[in-house]
Every structure is written in structure tokens, then in C-alpha cells.
Design a protein around this ligand. Structure first.
Ligand code: GLY
Ligand code: MN
Ligand code: MN
Length: 416
């Protein structure tokens, strides 16, 4: 096992700085090739007076680092004469009454521009005029937010662009929805360092679980221990943690947590931390009493073999379909094809289920590999999930060596 994560915990990597956010925006501006575009933060909807956590749209965060700016937007206007005004951040007006409730907001001044790395920041009340002017000059509006299906609301930029196009003759609307997924999918070294740090914290959580796991605990006792570990390292859960014992190990998104773990149960733990805006996503399946029963071990070995086959298939140019097929072949050959009821991989990054462009894998992408077999009639579920980096000549398993994964490693860790 790689115990390096212990030392890494004490050295958190730097968060993404304003220079990297600015560089991302510059790449978008260049890729737009003269079209104007808008990325919207979304709006906080306060349903009652109880404070709840709201976060900006992750495309907006990826370009700004701003988590809590309801109503904000970034306008890309390649036609602006002054280069400093080609990328503008629009923030909603200040409201002294609201600031008594939610905390003070900064005035538009050089300090704010420097901190956020924008050369131009204006108020959202000025956005309609700025966008109309950009549309008149460019005649091209590029959609960056993913399109939605016709049963949902229009994507936010498309809805606005349709209105603008009905006000400004000759404006065309373009599909550039692959642009930001393509940028986001390929990780910089700073992003990779944050994912690896999130994984070190995830590993610390599993190490704690291995110390305390025993029959008689409730599932949520493990969740509490994991959350405590994450928070002690300034991290948060990357998603609602899933800890399911016995029959609950077969429920993919089990969340109740109130079942007492029994002798002989397998416990599926899909539990991972997020750090600095980046998620990790790891699942381990441990036997509550410290050793796998024969049938549990057999199923576990099949899932692990499927995972290794999928990892072996991951390289630049391979597709998600091919990786899934590699895992599925192993599980089908063992006779459990119908018990593998989900996909094998998804991209990982700013979001747990991150965005990626259509098409094959590229060097620098981070994806999960997570086959499983679920047998409700036997109260037996197994999932093994790790995060891998696609490299020039294959892939690098980022998490496999951080948390016990083979039967021997798990049983040895539980013996201690
Ligand atoms: N934790 C959610 C997933 O594995 O996709
Ligand atoms: Mn997961
Ligand atoms: Mn996953």
C-alpha cells in the first residue's frame, strides 16, 4: 500500500488562483473566434427564511472561482474595442438591507478587480445593454451552457439569446456547448494536485473506518466518522455519502444509514471528499466481521477483476463504451451480467459527475472506474470504485493504492 497520503495531508496544495481562472477565460475568448457568449451563475431561490447552501453554476465557478454570487454573469465580447472590456464580470447591485442578513459585499473598485483577476466588473443592471451592443457588432451569439431537453426550461444563455435575436436583426445563435466540457475535462497540474489531496483525505476517512468497523455499529456511525475526518482536513463530502450494510449494500444510492451492521454483512461505502472545489469519488466494500465469507469473496474477486480489466482498457483514444465493455465482459462471463446495473465510468473534477466532450478519452482527463454486482436476494452487494488519470500511454490509478482494495489487503487492515 502507498502510505504517502499521510504526509500529503499536512501539505494542502494551493487553491486555484485568480491567474488560472483568468487563463481559462482567455482560452474561452480565443476559442469563440469572434462570437459573443454569456456564462451565468444562476439564481439563489430562497424558499423560506431558513438559510441553505446555494452554489453558483459550475461553469461559472470554473471561470471565476465565485461560489456564492447569485445573479452574476460573465460576458465574452470579442468585438469590444478596449481589450480590457472583452471579458466582463457582472455582479448584482449591492443591497444594504440584504447585507445585514447575508454579510457585506464589496464595492466595485480596484481591490475587487485585483482579487478576482478581472479587468472589468460592472453591475448586472448594465448587462442587457452590453449584450445587445455585443450582438449588434458580432451578429453571433455562442451557447456555452449545456442544452436541456424540450421537457425542461431552456438553458439560461439560449433563453436570453433568443430574446436578443428577436430584438437585433441578423443575429445567429451557435452551438458551442462542447467548449467548456473540453476545457474542464483536461486537468491542469494545479487541478490534479487538488484531486489528489481530496483523495488523500478520502484515504484518511477509509483508514478511520478500518479502525472502527465492527458489527453493532450503525451505518451512520461510519458516515459520522468519515465526515469528521474530512472536516478535520478542511474538506467536505464530495456528495451525500453512501454507507449500506447487508441488504442495503445492494441499493445503489442508499442514504438512510439507520441500520445496525450485522456479523457477516458486507458494507458498501461510496464515500469521498472534495477539496478546493474538486471532487474525488471512491467506493470500497468491506466485510463487517473482518473476513469475507466464501461467496462474498468470489463475487468480490469478479468485481475487482472487472475493474482491473476496465483500467487496462483506459487510454487516450478509448471510449467510455469500450471501458464499460471491458468490465462488463468479465462480469457477464462469470454469469452476473444482470446484476451489474449501472455504467462503469464517468468524468470527475469540479463535479462528481463531471462534464466531458463527446468522443474518446484524452490525456489529462480524470475518470472513475466503478463496476459492481448487486444480489438483493442474497443481501450481497459489491462495488469497487477508483479514480484514474488518463496518461499519454495509458492511465495512472490515483486511488487504488491509497485504500486497501484486494481481499488480502482488506482482511489484513481489518485484523489490526
Ligand atoms: N458517488 C456517485 C458515483 O459513484 O457515481
Ligand atoms: Mn461513487
Ligand atoms: Mn462514481
Amino acid at each position: 500500500m502507498d502510505q504517502q497520503w499521510h504526509s500529503r495531508l499536512d501539505q494542502p496544495p494551493p487553491l486555484i488562483g485568480s491567474a488560472e481562472f483568468a487563463a481559462r477565460r482567455a482560452r474561452v475568448l480565443e476559442a469563440l473566434e469572434g462570437a459573443a457568449a454569456l456564462v451565468l451563475a444562476g439564481r439563489e431561490v430562497v424558499l423560506d427564511s431558513v438559510p441553505a447552501r446555494w452554489k453558483t453554476d459550475r461553469l461559472f465557478w470554473y471561470l471565476t472561482g465565485l461560489d456564492h454570487e447569485s445573479g452574476a454573469a460573465v460576458l465574452f465580447d470579442p468585438s469590444a474595442e478596449d481589450p480590457k472590456r472583452r471579458i466582463t464580470l457582472f455582479l448584482r447591485n449591492r443591497d444594504p438591507e440584504a447585507e445585514r442578513w447575508d454579510g457585506p459585499r464589496e464595492p466595485l473598485a480596484s481591490g475587487l478587480r485585483e482579487r478576482l483577476g478581472f479587468t472589468e466588473i460592472r453591475r448586472t443592471s448594465q448587462l442587457p445593454a452590453a449584450l445587445t451592443a455585443a450582438a449588434r457588432r458580432t451578429k453571433r451569439l455562442a451557447c456555452l451552457h449545456a442544452f436541456t431537453t424540450y421537457t425542461e426550461e431552456l438553458s439560461p444563455d439560449l433563453e436570453i439569446f433568443q430574446k436578443v435575436a428577436s430584438h437585433v436583426p441578423g443575429v445567429t445563435i451557435e452551438d458551442r456547448t462542447q467548449l467548456l466540457p473540453a476545457l474542464r475535462a483536461v486537468k491542469s497540474s494545479a487541478e490534479l494536485a487538488l484531486i489528489e489531496h481530496a483523495l488523500a483525505i478520502t484515504a484518511a476517512g477509509f483508514a478511520r473506518v478500518l479502525q472502527i468497523l465492527r458489527p453493532g455499529l450503525r451505518e451512520r456511525d461510519l458516515v459520522d466518522a468519515l465526515l469528521h475526518t474530512y472536516r478535520s482536513h478542511d474538506a467536505e463530502p464530495a456528495y451525500e455519502l453512501i454507507v449500506g450494510a447487508g441488504a442495503n449494500s445492494t441499493v445503489l444510492h442508499y442514504r438512510d444509514g439507520d441500520t445496525t451492521i450485522q456479523d457477516g454483512d458486507l458494507v458498501v461505502m461510496d464515500c469521498a471528499a472534495a477539496f478546493g472545489g474538486y471532487a474525488s469519488d471512491v467506493t470500497r466494500t468491506f466485510p463487517a466481521s473482518g473476513v469475507f465469507l466464501d461467496e462474498q469473496r468470489d463475487i468480490y474477486e469478479i468485481v475487482l477483476q472487472a475493474q482491473q480489466a476496465a483500467i487496462g482498457a483506459a487510454r487516450p483514444g478509448a471510449t467510455f463504451t469500450e471501458i464499460d465493455a471491458a468490465a462488463r465482459r468479465v462480469i457477464e462471463a462469470a454469469g452476473y451480467g444482470d446484476a451489474f446495473i449501472h455504467g462503469t465510468s464517468h468524468p470527475l473534477g469540479v463535479e462528481v459527475h463531471d462534464v466531458a466532450p463527446d468522443g474518446p478519452l484524452r490525456e489529462g482527463m480524470v475518470i472513475t472506474i466503478e463496476p459492481g454486482i448487486y444480489l438483493p436476494e442474497k443481501n450481497l452487494g459489491v462495488r469497487i470504485e477508483d479514480d484514474i488519470l488518463i496518461t499519454a500511454d495509458g492511465c495512472h490509478d490515483l486511488s487504488g493504492r491509497l485504500v486497501p482494495r484486494t481481499v488480502a489487503e482488506i482482511e489484513a487492515a481489518l485484523r489490526r
